[in-house]
Design a protein around this ligand. Structure first.
Ligand code: PLP
Length: 389
């Protein structure tokens, strides 16, 4: 198997699993109880919080463990918006956010009467800072812009966005799920008030995430009940998950300097060989800064799904520029927002590399992909004759 879908999910580091195991078995107490067994869990949670805060450049009390990236995003957006209803009901986000952000905004719009502006992006996938400036109003309660896009890997100028938003005295949330473990992330330096993180994207466990909430940023909890997580997220703590995500963050942050440059070299090799050996290919987001592991390409006159199926037959796992929505294949809204036409968006593939990929694997992918593309083009009524062989 050649796994090139690390933006979808990753395998857990063995050290992560090892660190988690005792908290399922011998150290299983409920952290809210008063005996020693509980104290062991409480200590593990607090030292994990400390570790996470240190790595992210923030205070431990600003770290809230959640059930994943989606919950962190929901909590940041809804928790911030509801705490500021007197100020207004207007939120600014972008057209290329993950569904966790888009659907949360839609929920606020549909059920609570919020107005949402979705900023556009240019052909490289980057938002326009002037459009952002012009969209801010006195009733803006939140700006939510992602750091790295999950489909293209394109990085937004978060620090500059943060300055603009701060000047307007508006809270700022960033979905940093796809940046963690790929590029250095210091949340204080980024200038965000809230950030969302997901464990399973950097070799941590699933079902655990982190919400960063800057001390003093407007907030009301979304998940209500007991006084867990400094009263910011109720529910008996997922101690194995918390220990797992902290361990993964520690290793992944170290690997940004050690492993990521190697992964980037492989990504660049994959990109170059595809461009050299397959005609009529566009690198989506190729002119913008990107995270080192992601390559999104549009291959003209072929269907992404057909390519994925044939790649899968050869043991190569990647992802396409389409999403299956209610039984029909919709082209990626991220690629459409970048100005791709429907057919080209449909012919897009995402390769997201990871720590276990080798040069041999990358070369095999191109050796397999080039004839697949040729075969599909030969069968396509839309492919110009000069590209057929
Ligand atoms: N945000 C982005 C950019 C993502 O890529 C994902 C995962 O697909 C999420 C949020 C949601 O994270 P989780 O799977 O932990 O709910």
């Amino acid at each position: 198997m050649i796994y090139l879908d690390n933006n979808a999910t990753t395998s857990a580091y063995p050290e992560v699993v090892e660190a988690m195991l005792p908290f399922f078995t011998e150290k299983f107490g409920n952290p809210s109880s008063l005996y020693e067994l509980a104290q062991q869990q409480k200590d593990a949670i607090e030292s994990s919080r400390q570790k996470v805060a240190e790595i992210l450049g923030v205070q431990p009390k600003e770290i809230v463990f959640t059930s994943g990236g989606t919950e962190a995003v929901n909590t940041a957006i809804i928790g911030s918006a509801l705490a500021q209803q007197e100020k207004g009901k207007y939120i600014i986000t972008s057209k290329i956010e993950h569904k966790a952000v888009l659907e949360t905004c839609k929920f606020l719009q549909k059920y609570l009467g919020y107005e949402i502006t979705y900023l556009s992006v240019d052909s490289s996938g980057v938002i326009d800072l002037d459009e952002l400036k012009n969209s801010i109003r006195s009733d803006t309660v939140l700006v939510s812009i992602m750091y790295a896009n999950n489909e293209t890997g394109v990085i937004q100028p978060i620090q500059e966005i943060g300055k603009i938003v701060k000047q307007a005295n508006v809270p700022f949330h960033s979905d940093v799920v796809q940046a963690i473990g790929k590029i250095p992330v210091n949340l204080s330096e980024l200038g965000v008030d809230y950030a969302s993180i997901s464990g399973h994207k950097f070799h941590g466990p699933r079902g655990i995430g982190i919400l960063y909430r800057r001390k003093g940023a407007p907030f009301t909890p979304l998940i209500r009940g007991g006084a867990h997580e400094n009263k910011m997220r109720a529910g008996t703590e997922n101690t194995p998950g918390i220990v797992g995500i902290a361990t993964a963050l520690e290793i992944a942050s170290r690997e940004i300097n050690n492993k990521m440059p190697e992964i980037e070299k492989l990504r660049d090799r994959l990109q170059q060989r595809i461009l050299d050996e397959i005609p009529e290919v566009i690198v989506n987001g190729g002119t913008a800064p990107r995270v080192p592991n992601t390559l999104n390409i549009a291959i003209k006159y072929v269907e992404g799904e057909a390519m994925l199926f044939l790649l899968d037959n050869e043991g190569i796992l990647a992802s396409s520029g389409s999403a299956c929505t209610s039984g029909s294949l919709e082209p990626s809204y991220v690629l459409l927002a970048m100005g791709l036409d429907h057919a080209t968006a449909h012919g897009s593939l995402r390769f997201s590399l990871g720590k276990d990929n080798t040069q041999q694997q990358i070369d095999k992918v191109v050796d397999v992909l080039a004839p697949i593309v040729q075969k599909l083009r030969n069968m396509s009524p839309f492919c110009p004759d000069e590209l057929k062989k």
